[in-house]
Ligand binder design. Structure first.
Ligand code: FAD
Length: 334
């Protein structure tokens, strides 16, 4: 594709059971800022079946336009069908940049598209900027999180990147917003789809909520001491209506599932409230939670680095403080 013919920033709208994933709304908000900086538009790409609600949601969250591919073969995500539809859309509309959530499906789809298009992809970004010429600088941790790499894609289009959920904030919804919807007829023959969805197995955090979707997270580190003690955190999380997460050290001990790990090699989260219990605040952990709105740290070491980034710090023994907090919250809820 000729670079000069390419314009607009696209966001892949990932859905699950007909619901838009938070990361897509976060990318719409951030991608729109980039697009408007260079006088272009943010276009949401919706692929699926019977997606009218999804289209309305992404418009209400700020998409300037929507391109919709509707077909029964897109009901559930498959690499083959979505890659086929997406690459055809790129060839027709020639976007300048494509943002995809760094989720399991996003990490599967984006490299496949980049390879088909012969363009570059920066994975797992935590920062985005754009030059007046429309060149995106993709920032991501490198060398074990000790430095940040700024990556550009000067010679090919579209510029592509996956961005971690929770890094950016979604905008506010305006149900009265309207936007142009372009419907593209692209079908993928069944014989070209090599995987079949047999069943969905719901996976949730131990408090019943996925950490990447949670507004409140209670997180435990090595200071928790043993697996059974995570029950204390689960009780606090349940009282608050939140999810339980962990540092890698706690995961490595086998106390909690790797699905709950926050950090550079775990998940990036951006809840309204993050309560860190017995977590020292290593750079690799902070990389996954620093965009939380409000951080409370409970640690018996007053010198712990987690206090450097906490909005509210409690120096003390978590085994005394966490049950007190849980009781107090339960009392106030009555
Ligand atoms: P520690 O550093 O041992 O801290 C435990 C804390 O608990 C201490 O501050 C202590 O004062 C406190 N404490 C103990 N008992 C109590 C008590 N009773 N009450 C209150 N406080 C108490 N780490 C991650 O978390 N996520 C990642 O994704 C990640 N990725 C990594 C990638 C690489 C390449 C590398 C090299 C490391 C990575 N790490 C990651 C590991 C990271 O460097 C730290 O080792 C880890 O985060 C430490 O976990 P922690 O804070 O639970 O344990």
């Amino acid at each position: 594709m000729n670079i000069n013919d390419c314009r607009n920033i696209w966001v892949f709208v990932e859905t699950e059971h007909g619901q838009v994933k938070n990361v897509a709304l976060e990318l719409i908000n951030e991608g729109k800022k980039l697009a408007h900086t260079v006088g272009e538009e943010l276009i949401a790409i919706v692929i699926g079946h019977k997606m009218e609600n999804v289209v309305q949601t992404v418009i209400s969250y700020g998409a300037d336009q929507v391109i919709l591919v509707d077909g029964a073969e897109y009901q559930d995500y498959t690499t083959d069908a979505y890659t086929n539809a997406f690459t055809k859309l790129i060839k027709i509309h020639q976007p300048s940049a494509v943002l995809v959530g760094a989720t399991i499906n996003g990490r599967d789809l984006a490299p496949r598209i980049a390879c088909r298009m012969g363009t570059g992809l920066t994975a797992d970004c935590t920062g985005l900027e754009i030059s007046p010429e429309g060149e995106v600088t993709w920032t991501r941790p490198a060398m074990g999180g000790n430095l940040m790499a700024n990556i550009i894609c000067p010679n090919t289009r579209p510029q592509m990147g996956t961005v971690r959920p929770g890094v950016f904030k979604r905008g506010t919804s305006d149900k009265d917003r309207t936007a142009n919807i372009i419907r593209e007829e692209i079908s993928t023959p069944e014989k070209e789809i090599r995987t079949k969805l047999r069943d969905f197995i719901h996976v949730a955090g131990i408090a019943g909520v996925k950490i990447e979707e949670a507004d409140i997270i209670v997180s435990g580190g090595l200071g928790i001491g043993k697996a059974e003690n995570f029950m204390l955190l689960q009780e606090l999380a349940s009282a608050l209506g939140g999810a339980v997460a962990a540092s890698r050290a706690a995961v490595d001990e086998g106390w909690i599932s790797p699905l709950q790990q926050v950090g550079q090699t775990g998940k990036t989260v951006g809840p309204k409230l993050y309560i860190a219990c017995g977590i020292s605040g290593a750079i690799q952990h902070v990389a996954g939670m620093s965009s939380s709105d409000f951080v409370v740290a409970i640690n018996k070491d007053p010198e712990a680095r987690i206090f450097d980034i906490a909005d509210f710090g409690i120096v003390g023994d978590l085994f005394e403080i966490v049950p007190l907090l849980t009781d107090e919250i339960r009392k106030r809820k009555k």
